[in-house]
Design a protein around this ligand. Structure first.
Ligand SMILES: Cc1cc2nc3c(=O)[nH]c(=O)nc-3n(C[C@H](O)[C@H](O)[C@H](O)COP(=O)(O)OP(=O)(O)OC[C@H]3O[C@@H](n4cnc5c(N)ncnc54)[C@H](O)[C@@H]3O)c2cc1C
Length: 389
């Protein structure tokens, strides 16, 4: 995306810190509600180069908690009609997600999840091990016990979503500035007064922390403890593989957190390293990549002949219960929309809308996410998500 060079304004009605999907969506939704003096700060040269631009682009309704399913029920239709509303094609491919269980515990949980999803109107199908094998003739899943499939899950281009929201917000008057790092937040009498950048201070009474994996650091600037840990995750793509059908689904070998989806004429393949320690390193761990490749070949032998086309790493923004944080904090004017724990790209559209409601009306009207407040960690109201990949 084009860099946006701009002087740092002296004042703002609201300063959004972070130009990923959350910041961009919030900027657009606030601007659409008529707020004129919005400033969005992004420390990097381009918007969307944090977690959003490094993510797998997967969008799904298949979650294990009611609130995550409801977030998808609001957010994914916004992606479906993104072009009409925002004027940007985001290449939504409804290839379906096929989750595969290879142990009894996961199989039992899958059944419970499908019941919950069906009750909320999501038509996920429960599959037997035999069904899984029949759907994936190119793969080895002799050990599959069960699977779940939902056709409307799929893949969307993350950069197009960010670019679309940034441009739409700018058209409505928001200022979106790259190479503008927030380095401090001035708080006085328990109220936000200004955001400091290397290029100058912006006086404001309202800050939205949309800094993804870096959100904990932004919290520290305001004196607010936010339990979000950055955890590295990585993936690679293969060169063209003629055997992979056009309609190949987003396949998840749940037990290994190993996933495959079509990317161009090849595959995108990733696996979560469960031993990864928190940290901000975004270089690829080549040793783990080899393990990932080997695990992928076990599941899909034709990959033996595949070459790597590209690879990269990014950071999950992990909370103790794998759910995001929406809302305010102990500091007046310091709000948070972060901590989506590795599945937030898909919830970006509705998350920005919800934060615009919270900031302007003091309440979430599209969907009640008030239980996902920061205080839940101290008060022991955690809501655990099982479907984390
Ligand atoms: C490898 C990987 C795969 C993933 N796959 C999926 C997937 O398939 N589906 C899905 O839904 N989600 C996925 N995710 C998760 C998803 O990427 C995130 O949940 C989502 O993008 C978070 O968006 P964000 O805007 O909160 O964070 P980010 O996109 O990280 O945006 C935060 C921005 O804040 C900026 N920033 C930080 N500090 C400052 C500062 N001091 N001043 C100014 N700017 C600052 C950063 O540079 C960054 O651009 C994946 C993540 C990774 C890493």
């Amino acid at each position: 995306m084009d860099e946006t060079k701009m002087d740092i304004p002296k004042t703002a009605d609201i300063v959004i810190i972070g130009g990923g999907v959350m910041g961009a969506s919030a900027a657009y939704h606030l601007a659409r509600r008529g707020i004129e003096n919005i400033v969005m700060l992004e420390k990097e040269e381009f918007f969307g180069t944090g977690a959003t631009g490094r993510c797998a682009g997967g969008v799904r309704y298949q979650f294990s908690t009611e609130i995550n399913i409801k977030l998808s029920l609001e957010s994914l239709p916004m992606l479906e009609c993104f072009k009409e509303e925002i004027g940007q094609d985001v290449n939504y491919r409804q290839c379906g997600y096929l989750l595969i269980a290879t142990d009894e515990k996961d199989a039992t949980t899958f059944k419970r999840n499908v019941d919950l999803q069906n009750n909320l109107g999501v038509q996920t199908q429960l599959l037997s091990g035999e069904d899984v094998r029949a759907r994936l003739p190119l793969m080895n899943f002799e050990d599959a016990i069960a699977g779940t499939f939902h056709q409307k899950d799929g893949i969307v281009d993350p950069n197009s979503v960010v670019a679309g929201y940034v441009r739409a917000a700018q058209k409505l008057g928001a200022k979106a500035i790259t190479r503008a790092e927030a380095i401090g937040i001035r708080v006085s009498g328990g109220q936000v007064e200004a955001v400091e950048t290397a290029q100058g201070e912006i006086q404001t009474g309202m800050v939205l922390n949309a800094a993804g994996p870096w959100a904990g650091l932004i919290g520290q600037m305001a004196g607010v403890q936010i339990p979000i840990l950055p955890i590295r995750r990585q993936m690679f793509t293969t060169n063209a593989l003629a055997e992979i059908p056009e309609d190949f689904p987003f396949v998840i070998d749940f037990g290994q957190s190993l996933y495959f989806h079509r990317e161009g004429d090849g595959l995108l393949i990733g696996m979560s390293n469960q031993a990864e320690k928190p940290g901000f390193d975004q270089t690829v761990d080549e040793e783990f990549e080899l393990k990932n490749f080997e695990a992928a070949i076990e599941r899909m032998p034709l990959l033996d002949r595949a070459g790597r086309a590209s690879h990269w790493a990014g950071l999950y923004e992990v909370t103790p219960d794998a759910h995001p944080i929406f809302g305010g904090s102990s500091v007046k004017g310091f709000t948070i929309c972060a901590g989506f724990s590795g599945h937030g790209f898909m919830h970006g559209p509705v998350a920005g809308k919800l934060m615009s409601e919270y900031i302007l009306d003091g309440t979430f009207s599209t969907l009640d996410v008030s239980m996902l407040d920061l205080a839940r960690f101290e008060e022991g109201r955690l809501i655990k998500e099982y479907n984390v990949v």
